[in-house]
Design a protein around this ligand. Structure first.
Ligand SMILES: Cc1cc2nc3c(=O)[nH]c(=O)nc-3n(C[C@H](O)[C@H](O)[C@H](O)COP(=O)(O)O)c2cc1C
Length: 318
């Protein structure tokens, strides 16, 4: 059940993808997701070339199943990142933050599948032109960097599905079986989850960051960067207040980058400073109440998805 053409294209059992997450999506998490039957992705955005090699090797020690890497195309050493990922055994490359035309052909020629993250139909069409195998359409609910147009997952997915002839994966605001079934109903062939996987034993997130997700209310996230550096969804904290105040005062992009600093202090570093540091988090964090193992997350999503379909079938028979 739940086998779609995304499973065949990626060589996986269930169409559930671990969203690439800078500093958090390391080998333990990626391997656990692949081992559970989904596709584990290393969030390589903050990794050096050596780290890409070593994290890929670690994944391969933990699982023989397919895994991939998420590479932000704004990195100046993106070509070396691609080389390192493919040489080290990744079978899928997910590109984000850039034009899919730049590297899709090169990656595919080396035998890897390419997925690209988009926030709108126009970007999805560029992916089709570039030859991308699978499009990940991400709504504004998602944690991390989002699109300027701020289109919600519910509105985005059917529009992208109707516009393209390649499989679409839904991302943003999905963390359980109900969300999974909803995405499939909208025409997606799979889902990509970020925030749910942050709050797992296997994620490299700082324990304070994981705890903060478990306490998050439904309105606990906010968007910064709307006018300058690009919308970014994070937990509301002192840092987001400072950024929003600076934005009201007309701060330049450089001033905002200086405020944000290295950004990892909340998410994964030893400081785990969830007040003063960046804490990328999706709106669905407000529903996540328990730290779990990745395999439990999978079991629960799949069981709830089956129950949801049974219930819907029941309603349709009334
Ligand atoms: C902590 C965190 C870090 C993220 N880092 C990246 C990243 O480096 N590259 C990327 O393409 N997306 C990144 N994302 C987005 C995820 O890959 C995923 O698409 C998103 O989290 C899905 O929405 P959700 O948070 O509602 O599950 C990040 C998300 C979170 C929560």
């Amino acid at each position: 059940m739940f086998h779609t053409d995304v499973c065949d294209l990626l060589g996986i059992e269930y169409p559930i993808i671990l969203g690439g997450m800078v500093w958090i999506g390391k080998a333990d998490l990626a391997a656990a997701v692949s081992e559970a039957g989904g596709l584990g992705l290393l969030g390589a955005g903050g990794m050096t070339i050596e780290e890409i090699h070593s994290e890929c090797s670690l994944v391969k020690e933990k699982t023989s199943k397919p895994f991939g890497v998420n590479l932000p195309m704004i990195r100046p050493d993106i070509s070396e990142m691609i080389d390192a990922s493919i040489e080290s055994g990744a079978s899928v490359v997910v590109t984000s933050s850039g034009n899919p035309k730049s590297f899709t052909r090169v990656i595919k020629e080396r035998g890897c599948a390419v997925m690209h993250v988009v926030p709108s139909v126009s970007y999805a069409l560029k992916c089709v032109e570039a030859g991308v195998d699978i499009i990940i359409a991400e709504g504004i609910e998602a944690g991390g960097h989002d699109g300027f147009d701020e289109i919600t997952t519910m509105a985005l997915i059917p529009q992208v599905v109707d516009a393209v002839d390649v499989p679409v994966i839904a991302a943003g605001g999905i963390a359980d079986g109900r969300g999974f079934v909803a995405a499939l109903s909208l025409g997606a062939k799979g889902v990509q989850l970020g925030t749910r996987f942050v709050a797992t034993y296997e994620s490299a997130a700082h324990p304070r960051f994981k705890d903060a997700i478990l306490q998050l209310p439904d309105n606990g996230t906010t968007i910064t960067g709307r006018t300058t550096i690009g919308p970014t969804r994070s937990m509301k904290n002192t840092l987001t207040q400072k950024i929003q105040e600076a934005e009201r005062q007309g701060a330049s992009a450089q001033e905002l980058f200086d405020l944000i600093g290295e950004g990892r202090s909340a998410m994964a570093s030893i400081e785990g400073d969830i007040e003063e540091g960046s804490a990328y988090c999706g709106q669905i964090g407000g529903m996540i109440r328990e730290l779990k193992s990745v395999s439990d997350v999978f079991d629960e999503i799949l069981a709830q998805a089956r129950d949801t379909i049974t219930q819907i079938r029941h309603f349709s028979e009334l």
